[in-house]
Design a protein around this ligand. Structure first.
Ligand SMILES: Cc1cc2nc3c(=O)[nH]c(=O)nc-3n(C[C@H](O)[C@H](O)[C@H](O)COP(=O)(O)O)c2cc1C
Length: 361
């Protein structure tokens, strides 16, 4: 399936490169973190109209996720087995330095016809940073570092003899060769919803990824970012997370949600909720991912139930169009049984969305 126009909504899915699926629940999940499963998933996704796949970076277990494959190498391996899917590799400033990331991604872009992108994440999991001996700047300083990281990699990719004098990174007449492959500029995504995240998006990122939320709450974030971006002469696109449960009837879909929560791994959810206090909740504004999340919200670790894409294909398609109308450009999706549900989404939900989009024009 091809998208209908350049304004058509884009679709991404979370790569399950960590174990345990996308919900912190002991419910049966026919999702697997192995490479073989992920190759089949990526091939299914590109056949079913998905534009992007997003890998996760985790150095230690958190929210369950006992095993975690590394994001950049895993992204490259998926690109090698697909033909047009773009894969967004999560990268964490701190463990990654901008010179290494810029070089690594430029090479991967040559090896994969420019299909690699990057998600710069700023870190919420202090226990993980402590475990690997990485410094843990406070919340807004982590974003200050991420912003320098993004300015550095973009500068390295765009210019010869790149120089930069930041607090965290310095470059002096650095020329990267080869630059990323044509026709690509490597797209830079970022994840997080705090004021610091929104400010960074309004200055440097190509894409802003946020946790799941209601249409009204998403609209508030978008209005804030786009207003500031305009003042900065910058353009940024918006991606929203959603855990999608599409079933033939609403009753079936709601029953799945109920079961996921009923079988929640309470201990892991509570530990995750506790660790998440280092995110937006730790700032003076007390805004950001998980700042207002309930136990049920935490069961999908990026607040994916809040977006409410749970119901019949028709209901989901209409709710996705409502998100588009407030300025959303991309839906980032998670599923319980990934391969089979990505296929169902491509066959039953996406065609309805494309129809509704045609009526919009
Ligand atoms: C779509 C998305 C993907 C993310 N992926 C990762 C990841 O792979 N690894 C990670 O440590 N944090 C990840 N994060 C977390 C963010 O980088 C950030 O630490 C968190 O959302 C808190 O940000 P805030 O305080 O600005 O709201 C992701 C966030 C979002 C929205």
């Amino acid at each position: 399936m091809t998208t209908t126009s350049s304004t058509a909504l884009k679709f991404a899915y979370w790569v399950p490169n960590v174990s345990g699926g996308l919900v912190i629940s002991n419910i049966e999940q026919r999702t697997d973190w192995s490479y073989d499963y992920n190759v089949r998933l990526a091939q299914t996704a590109e056949k079913n109209g998905f534009d992007y796949a997003l890998t996760q970076i985790r150095f230690t277990a958190g929210y369950g996720a006992e095993n975690q494959h590394e994001s950049v190498s895993f992204s490259h391996a998926l690109l090698a087995k697909t033909t047009h899917l773009k894969v967004i590799a999560a990268v964490l400033p701190g463990p990654w330095k901008p010179a290494l990331a810029a070089k690594q991604l430029a090479t991967i872009s040559h090896l994969t016809q420019g299909r690699i992108a990057i998600n710069v994440v700023s870190g919420w999991f202090k226990g993980e940073f402590d475990a690997i001996g990485e410094e843990w700047p406070e919340h807004d300083q982590r974003y200050a570092r991420s912003e320098e990281f993004i300015r550095s990699i973009k500068g390295i990719w765009a210019t010869d003899q790149f120089s930069f004098q930041g607090k965290y990174y310095q470059f002096s007449d650095y020329t990267l060769k080869p630059k990323p492959a044509e026709p690509s500029t490597i797209e830079v995504f970022q994840g997080g919803s705090s004021k610091a995240a929104r400010d960074m998006a309004s200055r440097v990122s190509d894409w802003y990824f946020t946790n799941g939320n209601t249409v009204d709450e998403i609209k508030k974030q978008i209005d804030d970012i786009r207003h500031k971006a305009k003042l900065n002469g910058h353009q940024v696109k918006i991606g929203v997370n959603a855990f999608i449960i599409a079933r033939d009837t609403e009753v079936e879909a709601q029953a799945v949600l109920k079961d996921i929560i009923h079988y929640a791994n309470t201990e892991a959810v509570d530990a995750f909720a506790d660790a998440s206090k280092e995110a937006g909740a730790s700032t003076k504004e007390k805004e950001g991912n998980w700042a207002n999340s309930t136990f049920e919200d935490f069961v999908q670790y990026n607040d994916g139930f809040k977006t409410n894409l749970i119901g019949t294909p028709q209901q989901i398609a209409q709710r996705i169009i409502a998100l588009k109308k407030v300025g959303v450009d991309l839906i980032l999706s998670g599923f319980l049984h990934f391969i089979e549900e990505v296929e169902y989404f491509g066959q039953h939900v996406l065609p309805l969305i494309r129809e509704l989009e045609k009526n919009e024009q």
